[in-house]
Every structure is written in structure tokens, then in C-alpha cells.
Design a protein. Structure first.
Length: 174
């Protein structure tokens, strides 16, 4: 009889332990599912932002280059803001001298990785650059295709570009 009593005490304890383990596993799965859903929502909104931001950040017109680069730096955060300010000092005079107009058209956007606060996006762009080299009267037009990786981070309710790099390397940010 005492053996039977021992078993009758062990069985409820074992069942309680299994129930606690199952509850913990269910909670972990629920929290992980929630994180995955938040990451998917972030990926979708960041993909939309990247499509707009890439075109804005890579396009400029020599007649409005200061405004164009200011707009681009407004989409950036961190050291990338300083990079666009520095770029205004070097690219501006060169673009005005050569009457350069660069238009970036986004062909495709894909999310490489996403968390609720940071999304890595690969952007495929077609670039049309028109310029008139010094001493020439007619403009030259070049068409190129490229890939740009943007790292977008949340800032308040908006996305900002924290890093911008090309397939061949990072934009020189000092």
C-alpha cells in the first residue's frame, strides 16, 4: 500500500511539472511569434521607405543640388548626416561646373534582414546621369545600374537611413 501511495504522489507532481513546462514553451512560442510578426511589419514599412529614400538620396540636379543634398541628409541619421553635409561641399561645385543631373530610379527592393527596430534592404537602381564636360557644348548621358544596401533604423515613428553602401564598398563616412 505504501508503494501505491508513493506513486500516487509522484504522478500529480510529474503532471504538474509537465504542465509548467508546456506553459513555458507555449509562452516562448507566443512571444517569438509576436517578434516575428513585428519584424515582418517593420520589413514591409522599411521596404516602402527604402524605395523612396534611395531615389531621393541618390538623385540630384546641379541647379538644386544644395536642396537635394539637404533633403537626402534629412532622410539619414548618425554619421551619414555628416557625410551628406560634407558631400555638399565637394559635389556641389563639381556638379554645377559640369551641369550634372543624376536621376536614380528604383527598379526593385528586397529585405535582407529585419527586426522591429532595424532593417537591412538591398535596392536595385537604374541611374541616368547627364552632364556637360567643360569645353563641350552638348551634354553626355550615361545609364548605369547598381545595387545599394541601406540599413534603416527607427527614429520616432519614421525610418532613417543609418548606413548606405554600394556593392563595391561603403560610402566614405569619416
Amino acid at each position: 500500500m505504501s508503494r501505491r501511495r508513493g506513486r500516487s504522489r509522484v504522478l500529480p507532481a510529474l503532471l504538474a511539472l509537465v504542465a509548467v513546462g508546456l506553459a513555458a514553451a507555449a509562452l516562448w512560442i507566443f512571444l517569438d511569434l509576436r517578434r516575428l510578426q513585428e519584424s515582418a511589419a517593420s520589413a514591409a514599412s522599411a521596404r516602402t521607405a527604402a524605395r523612396l529614400y534611395a531615389a531621393e538620396m541618390l538623385s540630384y540636379d546641379y541647379r538644386t543640388i544644395d536642396r537635394d543634398l539637404a533633403r537626402a541628409s534629412g532622410r539619414a541619421t548618425g554619421s551619414l548626416v555628416a557625410h551628406f553635409r560634407e558631400l555638399a561641399g565637394t559635389l556641389g561645385p563639381q556638379a554645377r561646373q559640369r551641369k550634372t543631373v543624376q536621376q536614380a530610379v528604383v527598379a526593385a527592393v528586397g529585405v535582407e534582414s529585419a527586426t522591429p527596430d532595424e532593417v537591412h534592404v538591398l535596392v536595385f537602381v537604374n541611374m541616368v546621369t547627364t552632364s556637360t564636360p567643360p569645353g563641350q557644348e552638348s551634354p553626355r548621358q550615361e545609364i548605369s545600374q547598381g545595387r545599394v544596401r541601406l540599413v534603416l533604423v527607427t527614429q520616432g515613428d519614421d525610418w532613417r537611413v543609418a548606413r548606405l553602401s554600394t556593392l563595391l564598398g561603403d560610402a566614405p563616412v569619416r
